[in-house]
Design a protein around this ligand. Structure first.
Ligand code: 5GP
Ligand code: ZN
Length: 113
């Protein structure tokens, strides 16, 4: 039976995505519905539903997700960007596999809606 998690299925190639980066622990791909000129997602290959499911042993992995996100932004010509994780449906989370949004390429307003 296939994995029901959309992002796990993207990682294992069952669902196509425009990949930006991959190593043994981390995967990054362009968002299908970009909210800024540059908008991609960085995810751990380990399935965690969101930041709320993290344990202490995941700290280095999620730190790496953030580092890779900032590095990929710079590599794509974006020095200033927003790195954001939505944690729970009320915060806007729709896919329950932890992901870091990296948005840039325009002036971003604050606070978000
Ligand atoms: P969330 O709202 O959970 O923080 O963010 C989920 C993100 O995943 C959204 O920005 C949405 O556009 C993106 N997304 C949803 N389905 C797909 C998909 O099949 N492919 C890609 N590349 N992005 C997706
Ligand atoms: Zn998953």
């Amino acid at each position: 039976m296939s994995n029901p998690c959309l992002f796990c299925r993207i990682i294992n190639g069952e669902i196509p995505a425009k990949k930006l980066y991959e190593d043994d622990e981390v995967f990054a791909f362009w968002d299908i519905s970009p909210q800024a000129p540059t908008h991609f997602l960085v995810i751990p290959k380990k399935h965690l539903s969101g930041p709320g499911e993290m344990s202490a042993e995941d700290e280095a992995l999620i730190g790496k997700v953030v580092r890779i996100g900032a590095q990929l932004a710079r590599k794509n010509g974006v020095e200033q960007c927003r790195l954001v994780m939505n944690n729970g449906a009320d915060a806007g989370q729709t896919v329950f596999h932890l992901h870091l949004h990296v948005l840039g390429g325009r002036t971003l307003s604050w606070p978000p809606g």
